[in-house]
Design a protein around this ligand. Sequence first.
Ligand code: PLP
Length: 321
Amino acid sequence: MFDNTHFPRARKFWHKGKLHDWSQPSIHVMSHALHYGTSVFEGIRAYNTPKGPAIFRLPEHIERFFHSASTLFMEVPYSKEEIIEAIKLVIKENKLESAYIRPLLFYSYGNLGLLPKFSPVELTIGAWEWGAYLGRHEEKGVHVYIVPWRRIHHIQLEMTAKLGGVYVQSAICGQMARSKGFDEALFLNLEGNIAEGAGENIFIVKEHVLKTNDKTESVLEGITRASLLEIAKDLGYQTSIEPITKEDFFKADEAFFSGTAVEMAPIVHITDGSNPQEGKREYTIGSGKAGEITTKLVTAYKDSVSGKIKKHEKWLTYVYD
Ligand SMILES: Cc1ncc(COP(=O)(O)O)c(C=O)c1O
């Protein structure tokens, strides 16, 4: 039996075409994914709007889900439309107005050994009410720790896919950062440039231009990132996609994380622990508070996801249509 203490309002989850009580176990301990990280997942949010809960950029998340699955040679046993309907059903059955939604495809129980030859691909979908991932940080901002481990490089693995196993690096470094009293881990890539957070993309602002990096810098090109690039242009800001050096980052006027879970989090302090021989170096971004452009984008992003911007309604899939 499992309780839902850390999954507020989660009552039912979906697995193999059916809804199950949250408290019920439904997988075998010898499932392939549990041993080797052979799973792919998505993190999606639904927001409360005047027309009821709406899922933000659902088709884009489903596209990425299938791309991730193909990276792991999975044959997805459902169509995209079936998965979309199943996600809506989970939100309805849990009576959620806003939600974090977690679909997961994994090699299940059949055999062990690295090749999941006899392990079927199964889908689970859970949804619950989940506040901002790094807590209430919008005004205060977060303190990031640049970890000594470098982000897995795109010549080593397909980093545009959300592979369960890859997140062991995020889990290790996220815990390392918190154990030292910081809010989140930040990775350099093998080139020594800024890559991304444990589960977030990064933006910097310099002289009113917004800058972010892309997959050639070994980052997951987030859906929030793409949305913010469009929102920033609509607000009249210049944007640029290019590598972000450590220098660029330390001297930025503003910086922030973006991602479905975190939404947006201003970065105001940095501790660079990337070279243990040199010791740690500390930096403050701008005035040490959320910057002006970041704050404007936070508001515009909130308006977009909650259906207040007509032009961005195309990004919403209403649960009750
Ligand atoms: C490593 C990593 N980078 C970036 C992101 C941001 O992606 P998105 O905005 O699609 O949630 C995420 C979150 O999924 C992530 O896990």
